[in-house]
Design a protein around this ligand. Structure first.
Ligand code: RRO
Length: 306
């Protein structure tokens, strides 16, 4: 096990689920939190009211090199996830807060903060690629406006607080987003990256896109996006160090092996989330990935992850 700390939360292991994977239902929650090697639990990104999301088929996993999803924020609604968080658990519980407007985000954040819950964090998802108006972080100015509105309303967060960000492709974007995070001050961590938007694949037996919603376009995940996830972590880490910022970075995107986790460590991640691989293999993947990581750490003579 490789413990880590995010904000003031102690994670018994460095790896856990990415928001949106194995985290929508109570059974999935129980299954993940009972696995020793899964260091925390992040919920599916939520809205105030439950949503059934986009029509099926909305996941494409048959190609080993990547996945495409257009889930459309299917979730059980804030109040159900509050119940999950209230049930006995010993691992940090992250609420992935989605929502379609700052008003909705503020109401969810206030409700979570008023819930008197311990051992929780918030990962504010500002980067959903599949539903309109759910991704303020695609523009630095929109992100700044949104966070200004949120923190003016809720004040300093009562718990460990972070942002789920989309992939950025230019250094100028990384610099602009770093400035936003520096300005607002209350961000303990960022999670890089959400799926890469605007991906499509075709089913050549039907001559149709592999997923149905949004004309077949969805968010790209899996092995194909590992180098983009690594570059986002590494570039933000450099910017944060240059600016003397203590904001931590959680790596997400393309993790299939212990070697991939080690690469995120080299890039500067304080923890790593697993998405597509968890979908494919189920929760057993954490032990496998952890064992592979241990072998690499021993070979490299590294005895702690931080
Ligand atoms: O629900 C989704 O379609 C979804 C979300 Br909220 C997200 O943040 N990332 C993603 O790939 N899918």
């Amino acid at each position: 096990m490789n413990p880590t700390k995010i904000g003031n939360l102690h994670l018994p292991n460095f790896i856990y689920n990415a928001a949106g994977v194995w985290d929508t239902t109570f059974d999935q929650y129980n299954e993940l939190t009972s696995r020793d090697y899964c260091g925390a639990f992040v919920t599916k990104s939520m809205t105030l009211a439950a949503r059934s999301g986009n029509e099926y088929p909305k996941y494409h996993f048959s190609n080993p090199g990547y996945s495409i999803n257009s889930n459309g924020l299917e979730n059980l609604g804030l109040y159900t996830y509050l119940e999950f968080a209230r049930s006995a658990h010993h691992k940090p519980f992250f609420f992935s807060v989605g929502g379609f407007s700052d008003t909705e985000r503020i109401e969810m954040l206030q409700t979570i903060q008023n819930g008197s819950l311990g051992n929780i964090g918030i990962e504010l998802n500002m980067s959903c690629p599949n539903v309109g108006s759910a991704g303020p972080a695609y523009s630095a100015q929109t992100l700044q406006d949104s966070l200004n509105a949120i923190f003016t309303s809720i004040g300093k967060p009562h718990c460990t607080f972070g942002l789920k960000l989309p992939p950025y492709f230019l250094q100028s974007e990384i610099t602009a987003i770093t400035n936003v995070i520096k300005n607002v001050q209350y961000i303990d961590f960022i999670t890089c990256i959400n799926s890469v938007p605007n991906a499509i694949d075709y089913d050549i037996d039907n001559d149709l896109p592999c997923i149905t919603p949004n004309d077949g376009y969805g968010g790209l995940g899996g092995k194909a996006i590992l180098p983009i996830g690594l570059s986002n972590v590494s570039r933000f880490k450099r910017e944060f160090d240059k600016n003397g910022m203590s904001c931590q970075i959680i790596g997400c995107g393309g993790v299939a092996t212990g070697a991939d986790v080690y690469k995120y460590m080299l890039a500067g991640a304080s923890a790593v989330q697993v998405g597509t691989t968890l979908w494919r293999e189920g929760p057993d993947c954490f032990q496998r990935i952890n064992n592979e990581l241990e072998t690499i750490l021993q070979r490299r003579g590294v005895n702690r992850v931080l």
